[in-house]
Design a protein around this ligand. Structure first.
Ligand code: NAP
Length: 275
């Protein structure tokens, strides 16, 4: 019998997870299928229990369910630190909550040949995605600076991240100076996201050759920030890499099998380009 996997969210129509995971199952010849289900916060517990009762292989969670899940599953330490669960593992009678967003970002950097320990990473933004990225990078030995429009949010996130590594928070006033002191800049804000595609958190004159510029926004695939970075001769990484690699990590947790990342990325890229 087929093993069923799913993503729960609301809205969930635009999730690329089914395309990615079904491409992985096809590539490996696994008798499994991945579907998306619209689930409200109020129904989350019932939906998770239902999935377990029906023998689902695993579940991903997206907006607005990631935080609510902390009350329902047993979060691992990282998910607890980040304050959000995006992957549920059904392990015997237990429901284990993981968060693979930060791992996706770290793997995207590593796959581009970037060495993380001791690197100086400027994270622009202090929202949900920034939390995952900041915790994971600090845990991997990066020196993290979090710069956010609402400086208080950056300070508060940095205080939390200090429990696992090196972090400090600030506002956006000295962005040029902060970029010049960093090896890696990661945009975790929604600036530049569709429909405001002409916006960018920093421009080419603030960047330089050799700097790594990673935009986690993936809609559009090629953001204005990445265009500015190319103008400056910087190394660029797009948000789809992180999306695919967080999915790949969920796949690994559920199946114990090495995920076919190339096929997953190709499927997601094609689906995005067709939109
Ligand atoms: P969020 O929790 O709402 O956080 C939004 C962040 O953007 C906050 O730091 C906010 O600053 C900042 N911001 C928004 N508008 C701004 C502006 N005009 N100027 C400066 N800062 C601004 O959102 P999120 O869930 O972290 O998602 C952020 C982005 O990451 C989205 O585009 C999302 O699609 C993308 N994302 C990508 C992946 C991936 O796998 N590639 C995964 C997760 C998220 P304030 O605190 O001052 O409001």
């Amino acid at each position: 019998m087929k093993t069923i996997y799913a993503v729960f969210g609301d809205p969930v129509e635009h999730s690329l997870s089914p395309v990615m995971h079904n491409a992985a199952f096809a590539a490996l010849g696994m008798d499994s299928e991945y579907h998306k289900f619209r689930v409200s916060k109020d129904d989350l517990e019932t939906a998770i229990m239902g999935a377990r009762a029906m023998g689902f292989g695993g579940v991903n969670l997206t907006i607005p369910l990631k935080e609510k899940a902390l009350e329902i599953v047993e979060p691992d330490t990282l998910a607890l630190d980040i304050g959000a669960v995006n992957t549920i593992e059904f392990k015997n009678d237990r429901l284990i909550g993981h968060n693979t967003d930060g791992i996706g970002a770290v793997r995207a950097l590593q796959l581009s040949g970037i060495i993380i320990p001791n690197s100086k990473v400027l994270i622009i933004g202090a929202g949900g995605a920034a939390r995952a990225v900041a915790f994971q990078l600090a845990q991997n030995g990066a020196k993290v600076i979090i710069a956010n429009r609402t400086a208080q949010r950056a300070h508060s996130l940095a205080e939390n991240v200090k429990s696992v590594g090196d972090a400090r928070g600030t506002g956006l006033e000295d962005l040029q100076e902060l970029v010049s002191q960093s090896n890696i800049v990661i945009n975790t804000t929604s600036v530049g996201m569709h429909p405001d595609i002409d916006q960018t958190p920093i421009t080419a004159n603030m960047m330089r050759p050799g700097l790594v510029v990673f935009d986690i926004v993936y809609n559009p695939l090629h953001t204005r920030l990445l265009t500015e970075a190319e103008k400056a001769g910087s190394i660029t990484i797009d948000g789809l890499k992180m999306l695919v690699l967080q999915g790949a990590e969920s796949f690994r947790i559920w199946t114990g099998v090495e995920p076919p990342v190339k096929e997953m990325e190709q499927a997601a890229r094609t689906a995005l380009e067709l939109r």
